[in-house]
Write a new protein. Structure first.
Length: 211
């Protein structure tokens, strides 16, 4: 999922940076009233856990890789806007310190994992709880959110690299490969996300679940 340097055309890199910055400003505006609370510690703790989980990678054809993302989990636990900052922090450290994901493609990686994955996972979870606000529906919603969040993010990455003239393969190759592999990996992501929500509910920690 981490797109390295050299995969995206400069125009796509610039556009994705603009989108990332604009969304980040909007996310900060939406959460400006909670930055002086204990949410800061929750962001850093969750970012640390997701950071470790993302270090386990499985390579796939085309030069990129599969791994646990945690975007849906961040959205479910902290909401879609604070969830963005969790993944932003994770990806920034990985990019600058571990060279996992490029600097020029940082905007695209944040869009895929910190915006798309977080939003899709969160809203699918919320949709499930609106249909039925039982414990089982929350667990099912977390599974679907984790599964579909990473799948849609993978498809978005496929479009980004497939549309870039610098990449050797067109979108009719990159999108199916990224979509299919992340659809399969998403089952595991969904299970992990659901298990974490189940654990928090079973221990009476519902206050740590957003909404």
């Amino acid at each position: 999922m981490h797109i390295p340097d050299g995969f995206l055309d400069p125009s796509i890199c610039i556009l994705t940076y603009i989108i990332m910055i604009a969304y980040g400003i909007y996310a900060y505006y939406k959460t400006r009233d909670v930055w002086d609370t204990d949410k800061i510690s929750q962001i850093t703790v969750l970012a640390s856990g997701i950071f470790v989980a993302q270090m386990f990678n499985w390579p796939i054809p085309g030069g990129t890789s599969l791994h646990f993302v945690g975007g849906a989990l961040a959205g479910i636990l902290l909401g879609p806007y604070l969830g963005f900052f969790v993944l932003f922090l994770v990806l920034l450290v990985q990019c600058l310190v571990f060279h996992d994901g490029g600097i020029t493609t940082f905007g695209a990686n944040v869009i895929n994992m910190g915006i798309i994955d977080v939003l899709v996972g969160y809203f699918l979870y919320r949709l499930s709880t609106k249909i039925s606000n039982s414990n089982n529906s929350r667990i099912i919603g977390a599974f679907i959110g984790g599964w579909m969040g990473i799948t849609v993010a993978g498809i978005a990455a496929g479009f980004e690299i497939g549309l870039s003239p610098l990449f050797n393969y067109p979108i009719w190759i990159t999108v199916p490969i990224m979509g299919l592999f992340h659809f399969i990996l998403g089952i595991g992501e969904g299970i992990i996300t659901a298990l974490i929500i189940w654990y928090l509910q079973s221990k009476g920690y519902e206050q740590f679940i957003h909404g």
